[in-house]
Ligand binder design. Structure first.
Ligand code: SF4
Ligand code: SF4
Length: 324
C-alpha cells in the first residue's frame, strides 16, 4: 500500500468511488448468497426451484447438477452413479472447465464467506499469522480422500467436509442446523486468522484443489493488461487469496511472461480488479499455464522433488504481512 494509506483499496475508493472499488466483491456475495437462497427457498418458503444441495441437486425438475468430486469418491467406493448423477457431474465439469475451476471457491462455496472474514479480520486488526505450509499439501490431501474410499469402501472425507456439511446444515436446519459444522467453521476461521494466512483454502482444502485442477485449461482469466501502470502499491497482493499467482503476470515482462494470470489457483474472484486504482487488471478470455517450479503447483504437474512438503523458511514479514 502507498504511504499514508490504511487499508488495501483505499486509493481506488477515493479515486473511483466505493461501488466500483467493490463491484466484483459485491457480485460475488450476491452469487454466494443467491445460490444459498435458491436452495433455501424450497424448505423455507415452499418455492421449489432447486431441490437437493451442493452435492447433488435438481433445478426446475430438468437440470441435474452433481459434485464431480463426490461422484468420484462414490464410484471409487464401489457405488455406481445413476444416469442423472453422471449427467449432472458432466455438466458441472464442463462449466468449471470453461470458466475456471476455482470459480466454485470464490462464487459458490459457503466456506469462502468464513475464510474471507478471517482474512478481513486479520487485515483490520493487523494480525499476521506466522505459520507456513506448502500450498501443495492440498493435492496430497486430495489424493488421500480419493484413496480412502478405494481402500475402505467408505467416503471418509464426506464425514468432515466443511463445504458440504455447511451447505447441507444451512439448508436443512438454518443456522441451528449447522451442528458440528459450526465447530469446523470456527476452527477454519481461527486457523486462518491466527496460524496460517489463507491456511484452509490456500493450502489445505482438497475440494479447492480438485476444482483448481479441473479449471487448469479454463478460458476465463484475469490479466494484468495494464501492468506498465503498476505503482507497486501492493494492494492486489494484500487482498488476493492466492497472492503467489499475481507476480508472474504483473512483474514477469522482463522474463518474457505474458500478462495473463494462468495459474490454476487464481479463483477469478476479481478482487485485484476492484482494489487497483491504476486499472491494471481485467477479466479476459485466454489460456495460460503456471510458470515452471511454481511453489504450490500440483505435484504431478510439477514433478520437482526438491520442493519440500513443509516450507521451513520464515514468513515474509513485509508491511501488512503480505506474501508476494
Ligand atoms: S478452497 Fe475449499 S473451502 Fe475454500 S472456497 Fe474453495 S472449496 Fe470452499
Ligand atoms: S489474482 Fe485476482 S482474481 Fe485471481 S485470486 Fe487473486 S485477487 Fe482473485
Amino acid at each position: 500500500m502507498n504511504a499514508g494509506m490504511d487499508y488495501p483499496g483505499q486509493i481506488a475508493i477515493a479515486e473511483q468511488g466505493w461501488l466500483k472499488a467493490h463491484q466484483w466483491l459485491l457480485l460475488r456475495r450476491l452469487s454466494q448468497l443467491g445460490i444459498l437462497a435458491l436452495f433455501l427457498a424450497g424448505p423455507v418458503a415452499g418455492v421449489w426451484i432447486v431441490t437437493g444441495n451442493l452435492s447433488a441437486s435438481m433445478t426446475l425438475d430438468v437440470l441435474p447438477l452433481t459434485d464431480p468430486l463426490l461422484l468420484t469418491q462414490s464410484s471409487l467406493s464401489g457405488t455406481l452413479p445413476t444416469l442423472s448423477g453422471l449427467i449432472g457431474a458432466l455438466i458441472v465439469l464442463a462449466f468449471y472447465a470453461l470458466v475456471g475451476g476455482r470459480v466454485f471457491c470464490a462464487w459458490v462455496c459457503p466456506v469462502n464467506l468464513v475464510t474471507d472474514l478471517a482474512a478481513w479480520t486479520g487485515r483490520c486488526f493487523d494480525i499476521r499469522p506466522s505459520g507456513k505450509l506448502s500450498r501443495s499439501l492440498r493435492y496430497w490431501l486430495l489424493g488421500l480422500i480419493l484413496l480412502f474410499p478405494l481402500l475402505t469402501g467408505v467416503m471418509v472425507w464426506e464425514f468432515v467436509n466443511p463445504v458440504s456439511m455447511t451447505h447441507r446444515g444451512l439448508i436443512f436446519g438454518g443456522l441451528w442446523g449447522l451442528g458440528w459444522a459450526w465447530m469446523l467453521l470456527l476452527c477454519i476461521f481461527l486457523y486462518d486468522l491466527l496460524m496460517v494466512r489463507r491456511g484452509w483454502c490456500g493450502h489445505l482444502c482438497p475440494v479447492g484443489a480438485f476444482y483448481g485442477l479441473l479449471g487448469s485449461r479454463a478460458l476465463v482469466r484475469v490479466a494484468a493488461d495494464g501492468r506498465e501502470r503498476c505503482d507497486d502499491c501492493m494492494d492486489c497482493f494484500a487482498v488476493c487469496p492466492e497472492p503467489q499467482v499475481i507476480k508472474p503476470a504483473l512483474k514477469g515482462a522482463a522474463k518474457g511472461l505474458g500478462p495473463l494470470i494462468g495459474d490454476i489457483h487464481c479463483t477469478n474472484c476479481g478482487r485485484c480488479i476492484d482494489v487497483c486504482s491504476k486499472d491494471v487488471f481485467r477479466f479476459t478470455l485466454g489460456r495460460g499455464r503456471p510458470p515452471p517450479d511454481r511453489e504450490g503447483t500440483p505435484p504431478l504437474m510439477r514433478l520437482n522433488p526438491r520442493i519440500p512438503l513443509f516450507d521451513p523458511s520464515p514468513p515474509a514479514n513485509r508491511p501488512g504481512g503480505r506474501e508476494e
